[in-house]
Design a protein around this ligand. Structure first.
Ligand SMILES: Cc1cc2nc3c(=O)[nH]c(=O)nc-3n(C[C@H](O)[C@H](O)[C@H](O)COP(=O)(O)OP(=O)(O)OC[C@H]3O[C@@H](n4cnc5c(N)ncnc54)[C@H](O)[C@@H]3O)c2cc1C
Length: 268
């Protein structure tokens, strides 16, 4: 077991994570050479950055399920992982809607052969996720658990918020009771409290798991957790495409708009 099982308190740890999307390149797309050069540019930018203690997130694939598309995504993701490692940071691959779950997890699995520090994202609203947590709760495995941000069909996802929360707790039990490094991505006060008590029930030391929240959402809570000795990582959309990213996120699910507006008026 790699994680320490003591309850010793550490100095507040506050980290940042930034996100970039690897988009949906396909091998025969005329845009592919431009995509490749933009990934190289990301790589070069990372090479010069001092990012120790931070992390990067990006999505692997969107809709393109062909083996070729997956290979292109994998090649691009490798460029970013290599550059991130050289810059002293790690990559976590964002999860998009359920049509991409298998291919994204396959890509993370492939990336982990060369970059075992690469993180995966799982969404508690999907029926499959508790089982995915079991698969990924092994030593060295970084897993971000979130509720999920897309409008999904009832056949694959829990339609009821309470069910999504219950699933989140079941997944927390698997991840915090396992050997990996859980990344608890939620602003939900009840789930944060449940996660904290499960962490002590399983003898987890602060630093053997972490909380993650979006930049600007519940900053007071982020500070409170960090002051309590928890590791808190802040997710920061970054780069020239931030407006498109925000609009895409809002368009995917109308509830995201109220979430965004709420965070503008509340700091708690
Ligand atoms: C670091 C990070 C990475 C993510 N990556 C992905 C990803 O790869 N794929 C994906 O599908 N989704 C991702 N998400 C989004 C996630 O799936 C949820 O859609 C989003 O976090 C909202 O869910 P929630 O758990 O925060 O709580 P919600 O269900 O939105 O809110 C629950 C409760 O939290 C409280 N609350 C929430 N916001 C506020 C606020 N501003 N002020 C006061 N109280 C508030 C309220 O009590 C609210 O009732 C990510 C989220 C984070 C934080």
């Amino acid at each position: 077991m790699k994680t320490s099982r003591t309850s010793s308190r550490r100095a507040p740890t506050w980290r940042r994570t930034s996100t970039c999307s690897t988009g949906s390149p396909s091998a025969d797309s005329p845009a592919e050479p431009r995509s490749r050069s933009s990934f190289s540019a990301i790589g070069q930018a990372l090479e010069g950055a001092a990012l120790e203690g931070s992390a990067l997130a990006g999505s692997a694939l969107e809709g393109d399920e062909s083996a070729t598309g997956e290979q292109v995504a994998l090649d691009n993701a490798r460029i970013i992982c290599r550059a991130a490692r050289n810059a002293g940071t790690t990559v976590t691959v964002d999860m998009e809607d359920h049509t991409t779950t298998d291919s994204t997890l396959t890509i993370v699995h492939q990336l982990r052969k060369d970059f075992p520090e690469t993180g995966a994202v799982l969404q508690s609203y999907l029926h499959r996720t508790e089982s995915d947590c079991r698969t990924l709760a092994h030593e060295g495995s970084r897993v971000r658990l979130c509720k999920g941000a897309y409008a999904e069909p009832p056949g694959v996802a829990f339609p009821d918020r309470l069910e999504v929360d219950r699933s989140y707790v079941r997944c927390l039990k698997v991840l915090l009771g396992g050997q990996g490094h859980p990344m608890i991505a939620t602003h939900d006060p009840r789930l944060i409290e449940v996660a904290s008590s499960l962490a002590s029930r399983y003898g987890r030391a602060p630093g053997s798991y972490e909380f993650q929240m979006l930049y600007g959402v519940r900053p007071d809570e982020q500070r409170r957790l960090a002051e309590r000795g928890e590791t808190v990582r802040v997710y920061l959309p970054y780069g020239r495409e931030w407006y498109g990213y925000l609009m895409r996120r809002l368009a995917e699910r109308p509830q995201n708009l109220s979430f965004f507006l709420k965070s503008l008026v509340s700091k708690k």
